[in-house]
Ligand binder design. Structure first.
Ligand code: SF4
Length: 435
């Protein structure tokens, strides 16, 4: 029986025993109590995997108030009533279809000691305590790369290209924060509670506000906060200040490098990549991690049809170049555009990928990170082996059409860099019945 049906009074508050029971249920996620995802558009959401559900906009609310809008209350109320909101479908499908540890499960585990924060919430979703522990901040879409799987909201370079081609009429650079004095006041108030800030972009290391935030936290003694980054690693300093100089003052820094492939393949997938520079920065990060145990460096490839067959080559190459540690890879499965999905690989390629990934798993050690890599590889394998939602050839046609829209290239050039694609029966035919 749900908690709501036991008690019709929507203003009654959750007791510690009810919160404990709620925590064990598959409808509960702690994030709407302590976290906010703020993309460069300024439209705040529960998390980066539920970006469709909007709490409100920074134009209309301060950051602290965004977690207490009617929309945020409604999301929590639904969880309390025993239903996982429909907008949380990505967590649900990860759990039920691929047997994966969903973001929801991961966060409930991480913040298992925060039950007190949920106690006192009313059944209509109003929080009793207004503490923020975890922030996902994407100050701006400012980015020097235009990755082929990106969009105008996450990359100003992508927006610029689309605007030049007449396909984008919106702003080139977007800023998440509408009222900076109010934002800094929020940071000062919440910093004592904050556990982690995740900084993404755009490219966070070329966004001035990211550097201002670090300096402010250091100046006010809030270096207990764990920092986590997703960066394209095109640069590691700003106005002659090396990032390492500020990072070494924090309790913990996790730097995830969005590197999907090496050399020419990297430049095709993440347009703007200057591979020698990225490689050198990765080597510097590995060196820094050796002398700073609080600094963790991960290679974080976004896994999709264009790099799945080369993932193990990338792993091995980066080890040879001393640009990565063997068990410090954090794979992200691309799910936003279905035509980039690894489910669209032909069966023979899927079999090869599965073999390669099994081989990599067997070579990994016994560390916690290695175990995480194995789990992730298994989850991705299970996902890949499922049939795509649309006919695979039609999806591959959509992939080629998307690449052609973004870049002017000859097919021979494309096949030189992605020779496996010769077997993909690529066509720009829009015929959706292609199997
Ligand atoms: S259940 Fe999943 S999608 Fe929903 S808020 Fe939690 S982590 Fe995000």
């Amino acid at each position: 029986m749900s908690l709501a049906s036991r008690d019709e009074d929507q203003t009654s508050q959750l007791t510690p025993a009810e919160v404990k029971a709620l925590w064990q249920s598959s409808s509960f996620c702690i994030l709407p109590w302590l976290h906010i995802y703020l993309p460069s558009s300024g439209a705040a959401s529960p998390c980066c995997t539920n970006f469709e559900y909007v709490y409100g906009h920074t134009r209309d609310h301060g950051l602290q108030d965004l977690l207490d809008t009617p929309q945020a209350n409604a999301l929590r109320a639904e969880m309390i009533s025993g239903r996982l909101p429909a907008s949380c479908f990505r967590c649900q499908s990860a759990e039920t279809q691929y047997g994966a540890i969903s973001y929801r499960m991961d966060m409930n585990r991480r913040y298992a000691d925060q039950q007190e924060l949920v106690v006192g919430t009313t059944r209509d979703g109003k929080r009793a305590q207004r503490k923020m522990l975890y922030l996902d901040l994407r100050f701006s879409n400012l980015c020097n790369f235009a990755c082929v799987m990106c969009d105008e909201h996450n990359s100003s370079s992508y927006a610029q290209n689309e605007a030049k081609a007449g396909r984008w009429q919106g702003p080139i650079v977007q800023s998440a924060i509408a009222n900076w004095p109010q934002f800094w006041q929020f940071v000062d108030e919440q910093a004592p509670h904050l556990d982690e800030i995740y900084l993404c972009g755009g490219e966070p290391l070329i966004i001035e506000a990211q550097w201002d935030l670090l300096r402010r936290l250091i100046d006010r003694g809030h270096t207990h906060i764990r920092l986590r980054y997703n960066s394209n690693l095109s640069m590691l300093s700003w106005n002659r200040t090396p990032a390492f100089e500020l990072w070494e003052k924090f309790r913990s820094v996790n730097l995830h490098a969005s590197v999907d492939a090496s050399g020419e393949r990297a430049a095709w997938i993440r347009r703007g990549t200057k591979w020698p520079q990225v490689l050198e920065n990765m080597q510097q990060a590995v060196q820094f991690s050796k002398s700073h145990p609080q600094f963790n460096f991960f290679v974080a490839p976004t896994v999709q049809i264009l790099n799945a067959l080369h993932l193990v080559d990338l792993h091995d190459e980066l080890l040879r170049q001393e640009a990565a540690k063997p068990d410090h890879f954090a794979f992200n499965l691309l799910r936003t555009h279905t035509y980039f999905s690894i489910q669209n690989l032909p069966d023979a390629d899927k079999a090869r990928v599965a073999r390669d990934w099994d081989g990599l798993k067997s070579r990994l050690g016994t560390s916690h990170e290695a175990q995480n890599m194995r789990t992730r590889l298994d989850e991705m394998r299970a996902f890949m082996l499922q049939a795509p939602t649309a006919p695979a050839r039609a999806e591959r046609a959509a992939l080629l059409a998307s690449l052609k829209r973004q870049m002017n290239f000859e097919m021979d050039d494309f096949f030189r860099v992605f020779p496996e694609a010769r077997n993909w029966e690529l066509t720009t035919s829009p015929d959706p019945t292609l199997a």
